[in-house]
Design a protein around this ligand. Structure first.
Ligand code: 6PG
Length: 232
């Protein structure tokens, strides 16, 4: 099955993007529930998804049949403001979406390496994801696959589902899904906002060096359809 090149959808405003994105997400998650009885959604942290999370949390989906997890997590306590889990609990697992199941990547009772192993076994129990939503850092990182990290090549090639990443240009040790686990999905979205992200995307699409800009490994694969939603 040949995968279409990256679909790029541009919007004038974040509000227009979120509205269209919500329509798509609800359709794909409902379809997954109708076809397989359950839906699996992967989300990312950062600032960009907050409005999307709030809107999505109010949608009339059969949330009890939806499982949500994270593409990556910062090695901080789950109630820390820098925690992606905290962000998801505060903005997405609210209202109707409070009924969804959440799979944490974090086990703060053990060290980062042991936590990555427990994340590994949790992710191994989840099937192919229906939708993966990724962000993009200005250095070309996505999830926590950072160009500055010594673990990047492992993250792009490993057969394991999760790994510990220690970026040198961003705060906090991280647990990130590997490229292989991110690509074990039916649809990948990049949710981007602003001119700076548009520039990063343009640079990413110009070259094929995945180690320089890890997002290229997701944009330039032929396994999963990728759609980029870009506002502004
Ligand atoms: C994280 C994210 C990361 C994020 C980008 C973009 O934990 O930081 O998962 O990959 O998506 O850094 O972040 P912004 O949306 O804040 O620009």
């Amino acid at each position: 099955m040949s995968i279409a090149p990256v679909e790029l959808l541009r919007f004038d405003t974040d509000a227009e993007l979120v509205q269209r994105f919500i329509e798509r997400l609800c359709k794909q998650l409902s379809q997954a529930i109708a076809e397989r009885g359950e839906a699996y959604l992967v989300v990312s942290g950062g600032r960009t998804p907050i409005k999307l999370f709030s809107e999505l949390s109010q949608q009339p989906l059969d949330w009890a049949r939806v499982t949500i997890t994270l593409a990556d997590e910062r090695w901080v306590a789950a109630d820390d403001a820098a925690s992606n889990e905290c962000l998801v609990r505060m903005h997405l697992l609210q209202h109707r979406a409070a009924a969804a199941k959440f799979v944490s990547l974090l086990d703060s009772t053990v060290g980062a390496a042991a936590s990555a192993r427990s994340a590994e076994s949790k992710l191994a129990q989840l099937p192919t994801f229906d939708v993966v939503i990724l962000g993009l850092g200005e250095d070309g990182h996505t999830a926590s696959l950072f160009p500055c990290s010594a673990e990047l090549e492992t993250g792009l090639t490993t057969k394991t589902a999760a790994l510990v990443v220690t970026p040198t240009t961003a705060p906090h040790q991280r647990i990130s899904m590997s490229l292989r686990r991110l690509l074990d999905s039916r649809q990948i979205y990049f949710h981007l906002s602003g001119a700076a992200k548009a520039d990063v995307l343009a640079r990413a699409l110009k070259d094929t060096n995945h180690l320089a800009m890890p997002v290229r490994a997701v944009l330039q694969q032929t396994q999963v359809p990728v759609s980029v939603l870009l506002a502004g």
